[in-house]
Design a protein around this ligand. Structure first.
Ligand SMILES: [Mg+2]
Length: 189
């Protein structure tokens, strides 16, 4: 089965919005057009706010209320792991957030560097981090989750990258792919 790495921060969980509140940062999320803007501006304070948020996971809302259901449907096509960059001590808090928000119980993998995400044999990656693009292998597919900090990156000409605004678009993509394969089989017959 196709192996899929599903990111958590700002794909499932609205972490940046939560961190902006904790840091009392007045900048609107739509104006953050650089992935590293907050980590560069706040340094350790950013990570302290991140860890504080995840230790109090009721602070963190879902990006899309329907995403647990979308994942259940995507699971018919992909073998999904939640793959996220964070300190190992946040494992239980992250698990709790996923289960309290009714996400399917799937393996949770924590890693230290973005390179690890592309190296671990995933065929499909769902992520909002622009750094993935340079690390992506030709046979890996990226569903690039639209966020203000990745909007300036043009992926239209890349076959293995599809920009999505909702996880639902992955389902549309998979159903379309399935239909065209079926059409192909029928034509061959
Ligand atoms: Mg992310």
């Amino acid at each position: 089965m196709i192996k899929c790495a599903l990111d958590i921060d700002d794909v499932l969980a609205n972490s940046i919005e939560t961190i902006l509140k904790i840091l009392n940062c007045k900048k609107k999320i739509d104006k953050i057009d650089e992935y590293y803007y907050l980590t560069q501006k706040y340094g350790q304070k950013f990570w302290a706010a991140f860890e504080f948020a995840w230790q109090n996971p009721h602070f963190i809302k879902l990006i899309e209320p329907e995403s647990p259901q979308y994942i259940l449907n995507i699971m018919k096509y992909y073998d999904i792991n939640y793959v996220t960059k964070r300190s190992k001590f946040l494992y239980n808090a992250t698990k709790r957030w996923l289960s309290e928000n009714n996400f399917p119980d799937l393996p949770l993998i924590l890693y230290d560097t973005i390179e690890e995400k592309c190296k671990n044999g995933y065929n499909v990656i769902i992520d909002d981090c622009p750094d993935i693009i340079a690390l992506l292998k030709k046979d890996q597919k990226l569903f690039f989750f639209d966020q203000p900090w990745n909007r300036s990156i043009c992926v239209i000409m890349k076959d293995n990258i599809t920009r999505i605004r909702s996880l639902k678009e992955i389902l549309n993509f998979l159903q379309e792919e399935n239909n065209s394969q079926r059409r192909g089989v029928n034509n061959a017959v």
